[in-house]
Write a protein of this length. Structure first.
Length: 106
């Protein structure tokens, strides 16, 4: 198992302001994603990720997020093992909304 770096939602909010922000990858199921997600996040459900890695190769850094942080750790492990620079967002979307950060529905 690969060791994965984690960042907080505050760190994610800060790096989203960078000139080269990470791709926010929401690995929840489509229905969960539709109920509210980090604005601009791309949705690839965790169970589809292994078959869709090529879509992420060569992309900028990836910040994987889910509801609470468990699936995003697994996603980041998969991404790092595939040679993709990835981190997991600790606490997930739950922590993002609890911190008063905006979400997008749909």
């Amino acid at each position: 198992m690969t060791t994965v770096r984690e960042i907080t939602v505050d760190q994610l909010a800060a790096v989203r302001q960078d000139t080269d922000p990470p791709l926010v990858l929401d690995v929840r199921g489509r229905s969960e994603y539709a109920t509210g997600h980090v604005p601009g996040a791309r949705n690839i459900p965790l169970d589809e990720l292994p078959d869709r890695l090529d879509e992420l190769r060569g992309s900028r850094r990836v910040a994987a997020i889910c509801r609470s942080g468990r699936r995003s750790i697994e996603a980041a492990e998969t991404l790092v093992a595939a040679g993709i620079d990835a981190v997991s967002v600790a606490g997930g979307t739950h922590a993002w909304t609890a911190a008063g950060r905006p979400t997008r529905v749909g």
